[in-house]
Design a protein around this ligand. Structure first.
Ligand SMILES: C[S@@+](CC[C@H](N)C(=O)[O-])C[C@H]1O[C@@H](n2cnc3c(N)ncnc32)[C@H](O)[C@@H]1O
Length: 269
């Protein structure tokens, strides 16, 4: 077991299903990766979860090798099953801080919603840069303010969020990671660093039934954090319920910002 994996869902049996169900796989690959995909590539997904994005990449780009790496044995097993019928797509159990690949191994390396969970995310970006080929591309995507940005301000909701975030921060979680990605890429000397932002999980008025079900699943896999924050299952459930009720109000707005940052590893002369 990789000791650095303090991911909030741990090995929760629902997590692979939740990630696979929630990830807009085709949209993500078409919008962010496809412009950079050419035949004969080596591609790495860092923290690839159940492998659904690596699968879509492998199906989109020809004659290429795609790896989905994750620190969770449960997610890696799910990724193995997901990639089973694709000869050139592989699931690997591994640690983003110590990628099990030599220097200059990949043409494209991407990571989505992973850095925000890690205590030293800039070290992971440096490690991704190490295994990227000179002239190859890194793509980092993370949220900023997701689940913590709401209007109108509500004192009880703010207290609930504060307690949960305090617990999550102990394992390195940072809800404001998105805005930091650009700086890390610049610090590493990446070239042509490009940033795009969009809204993430915008809820204006009553949350849709589907979004509510995803929110409930998200809080379910993070139940240990709620227990730590509130001391008992009853108080944890009260806190969750209050959050759902706020999201179901017609007069409330909640949103996060989605940051996508790309950069090129310089070719040494
Ligand atoms: C929110 S999920 C994102 C999964 C996928 N990238 C997606 O967009 O659906 C974060 C993933 O990062 C993995 N993870 C956490 N710490 C890790 C580490 N140190 N090395 C590799 N993967 C890690 C978790 O196991 C989890 O599958």
């Amino acid at each position: 077991m990789i000791s650095t994996n303090k991911y909030l869902a741990g090995e929760h049996p629902l997590e692979s299903y939740r990630l696979a169900a929630k990830t807009p796989v085709e949209q993500f690959v078409a919008r962010y990766l496809k412009p950079h995909l050419v035949p004969n590539m080596r591609v790495l997904d860092v923290g690839g979860g159940p492998g659904v994005m690596a699968r879509e990449v492998a199906r989109t780009v020809s004659d290429s090798v795609v790896y989905s790496l994750d620190a969770s044995p449960a997610r890696t097993k799910a990724a193995e099953e997901c990639l089973d019928d694709l000869i050139y797509a592989h699931a690997i159990l591994g640690n983003a801080y110590q990628l099990p690949f030599p220097d200059d191994s990949f043409d494209l390396i991407y990571t989505r919603f992973v850095l925000q969970h890690l205590p030293n995310p800039d070290q992971v970006v440096a490690e991704m840069t190490r295994v990227c080929k000179p002239g190859g591309r890194l793509l980092l995507q993370d949220t900023d303010g997701y689940n913590v940005t709401h209007y109108p301000k509500d004192e009880r909701l703010q207290t609930i969020i504060h307690k949960v975030i305090q617990c999550l921060e102990k394992s390195g979680f940072d809800p404001y990671t998105g805005r930091k990605l650009y700086h890390w890429c610049q610090q590493l000397g990446l070239l042509h660093v490009d940033v795009t932002i969009q809204s993430h999980n915008l809820i204006a008025g009553c949350i849709s039934e589907q979004a509510l079900q995803f929110l409930k699943m998200e809080f379910e896999v993070a139940n240990n954090t709620f227990l730590e924050a509130f001391g008992s299952q009853d108080t944890a459930d009260d806190a969750k319920r209050y959050f759902y009720e706020y999201s179901q109000r017609a007069d409330t707005l909640s949103f996060g910002t989605l940051f996508t940052v790309t950069g090129i590893k310089p070719i040494q002369v």
